[in-house]
Design a protein around this ligand. Sequence first.
Ligand code: GAL
Length: 188
Amino acid sequence: MFSQCLRGFPPGSPVSSHSPKTLTVCLSALRWTGDLSRVCPAFHPKTAGIGSKVPYVQILPEGLSDQTLITIYGEPKPNAEIFQINLQKGDDVAFHFNPRFNEDGKQVIVRNTRIKGVWGHEERKLPFFPFSPGRPFVMKISCTSSEFIVEVDDRYLLSFTHRMKDLHHIKTLAIEGDVVLKYVVTGM
Ligand code: GAL
């Protein structure tokens, strides 16, 4: 696995030019406990958007497409109550993903869209709640032509049908709340 990783990142090449599959192999190999650059010498933290500071904002210059994959390596804080992941077009929120650890005693994930300051109808159905305070997770958001598909720890969690369809104008990824981030990888 390590050699596959190294092959994927010849010295000097920007990591952003490699497929997310290669990156995923690389990150899995590391299990995000150490320094990625030790496993992938050519890994360039900035190009992959490494950040542990929340609020975290990443601009996606080309916006989303029907092939965008966003992978978030994170961990809810020990006393986590709430965090949110927003994909935005300016101030409008195309996809609001909002885990709430204790909403009147229940764990829910609210999904919604906010256009011109107004929230739409909430989607709340959930097969299981995948997050625990202090437990690392790997979350993947795949953008297709019709929906966002969310997986956590390789288990399908939910889909959110696009309400804002001009994907290329959705250029901001913003994460805030009670979560620690290790890596955020965006690509095609
Ligand atoms: C509101 C909350 C917002 C957002 C929204 C989603 O109650 O204040 O932050 O989560 O719900 O519908």
